[in-house]
Design a protein around this ligand. Structure first.
Ligand SMILES: Cc1cc2nc3c(=O)[nH]c(=O)nc-3n(C[C@H](O)[C@H](O)[C@H](O)COP(=O)(O)OP(=O)(O)OC[C@H]3O[C@@H](n4cnc5c(N)ncnc54)[C@H](O)[C@@H]3O)c2cc1C
Length: 445
């Protein structure tokens, strides 16, 4: 049987290789480290964790990432098995001894007779065979160039500039209102495409003070600040002048407060729909390097967002990722070159767990293809299915930015209480539905 080739032995590539070998299909796993280095990796080991040593919450009832752990364990995932064996005490989080963890993943892959780990950088996209590209946020320059040749220059980004994303049902619509600037658009839906949060002058001044005083994260060494064109962090805009934001993303023009039509807002924060379900909204133009704790405090100062719950907070990082909603089909294959599947962070998911989960899925799909079977994606009521559905179609392609798993990606449950207060009932219902559906998906293979 022809082997499946995987480029990159990171979190995604290692998990994909394991799944393919377990299905009885041979694998060649290509890894460029340590011959070619990245600014973040330190070793030549597989599945190196480049920064924190945490796989985040392990709560599979109340937390979407904990649910993803559950699904990966149910699917016999190498990353979760190894993490469980090298677990460190960390409260409800799954933290690991990082060196022991990646050494154990490497040893497990080396010991697997169907896996051939081949050192070396892949610089071209092969035009035939069954390939998975899992080269991560620091995809080598040569391969990034080859991807851009096939997909077009705008389709592979080198930085993410993430604006915070809010769960729609936690926005206070007795303060905010729906309206596009100057009521632009043909249909009513387009004319009401944005949610607007008004600010008075004192509220705006207090917001600017808080922005200027907030704790900010630094860039990693070697992570150049070439992001500055067109996507300045809001705190940098505020540093350039207290009025800059009011003339930029917070300009109050072309909008009438539906609750107080006579009152002219001094500034307006706009939120734009982020997924086709309409459960998530991003704060327009609010990319930021503020630390996470500071972001929650500062953004809850915005009238209408005082009780907001965030599906993800903002950030700016070096990150190579595809515009997956336009480029990948629901089997994670590159539309112009279906012999290539993509997996991991390069597909526009964010985080160790999400990347490994996409590796697990791509591996199972590639193995099925090698055996002449078709494996449909898991239903999007599951964490894995919700994530792959988001990146391959559910997300807005124009504003696509990397995404963590979160309950806003799940189809809403009828009868469930909305808002932050309803979470105690809603989240266990989401996770139970996901577990039932994931179990059925596994059993059907
Ligand atoms: C500086 C930094 C800090 C981060 N911190 C965190 C964090 O704290 N928590 C978190 O959850 N996520 C973090 N991330 C995101 C993290 O990188 C991903 O979550 C995870 O590593 C992605 O897994 P992956 O398998 O897609 O990519 P990686 O784990 O990066 O694996 C990709 C692999 O492909 C190899 N490769 C690249 N190009 C080629 C090529 N042409 N030929 C052969 N091999 C190639 C690389 O050497 C690498 O081993 C961080 C990312 C960066 C850049």
């Amino acid at each position: 049987m022809e082997p499946v080739h995987i480029v990159g032995a990171g979190l995604a590539g290692s998990e994909a290789a394991w799944q393919i070998a377990r299905a009885g299909v041979p694998v060649v796993l290509h890894e460029m480290r340590p011959t070619v280095e990245t600014f973040a990796h330190r070793t030549g080991d597989c599945a190196e964790m480049v920064c924190s040593n945490s796989f985040r919450s392990d709560d599979d009832v109340m937390n979407a990432v904990g649910l993803l752990h559950w699904e990966m364990r149910a699917a016999g995932g190498l990353i979760m098995q190894t993490a469980d064996r090298h677990r460190l005490p960390a409260g409800g989080a799954l933290a690991v001894d990082r060196d022991a963890f990646s050494a154990a993943v490497t040893a497990a892959l080396q010991a697997e007779p169907l896996i051939d780990i081949r050192p070396g950088e892949i610089t071209k996209l092969p035009s035939d065979g069954n390939w998975i590209v899992a080269t991560g946020p620091l995809t080598s320059d040569a391969l990034a160039g080859a991807i851009r040749e096939v997909t077009g220059t705008d389709a592979l980004a080198f930085f993410d500039a993430i604006a915070p994303i809010v769960h729609a049902d936690t926005i206070d619509m007795s303060i905010a209102w729906e309206q596009s600037r100057y009521d632009k658009g043909e249909t009513e839906a387009e004319q009401k495409a944005y949610i607007n949060c008004p600010m008075t002058k004192p509220e705006y001044e207090a917001f600017i003070d808080a922005l200027l005083a907030a704790d900010k994260a630094e860039f990693h060494e070697g992570e150049t600040a070439g992001y500055f064109d067109g996507c300045l962090p809001i705190e940098v805009m505020a540093e350039r002048g207290r009025e800059t934001l009011r003339h930029g993303p917070m300009k109050p023009v072309g909008l009438t407060n539906a609750h107080k039509p006579q009152e002219k807002a001094y500034a307006v924060v706009q939120l734009r729909r982020d997924n086709s379900l309409g459960t998530l909204y991003n704060i327009v133009g609010f990319q930021t390097k503020m630390k996470y704790g500071a972001q929650t405090q500062v953004f809850r100062m915005i009238p209408g967002l005082q009780d907001a719950s965030f599906a993800r907070l903002g950030g700016i990082h070096r990150n190579s990722f595809l515009n997956s909603p336009t480029l990948l089909d629901d089997h994670m294959r590159l539309r112009p070159r279906p012999n290539l599947r993509f997996a991991g962070q390069v597909t526009g998911v964010e985080g160790y767990v999400e990347s490994a989960a996409m590796g697990l899925l791509a591996g199972r799909m590639a193995a099925a293809q090698a055996q002449g079977r078709d494996l449909p994606p898991p239903p999007f009521t599951t964490a894995m299915g919700a994530l792959v559905n988001h990146i391959t179609g559910g997300a807005e392609a124009k504003t696509f930015q990397p995404m963590n798993v979160n309950f806003g990606l799940f189809p809403p449950l009828e009868d469930a209480r909305s808002g932050r207060r309803g979470r105690k009932d809603r989240y266990p219902a989401y996770t139970q539905r996901a577990k039932d559906d994931f179990t059925a998906w596994l059993a059907a293979q």
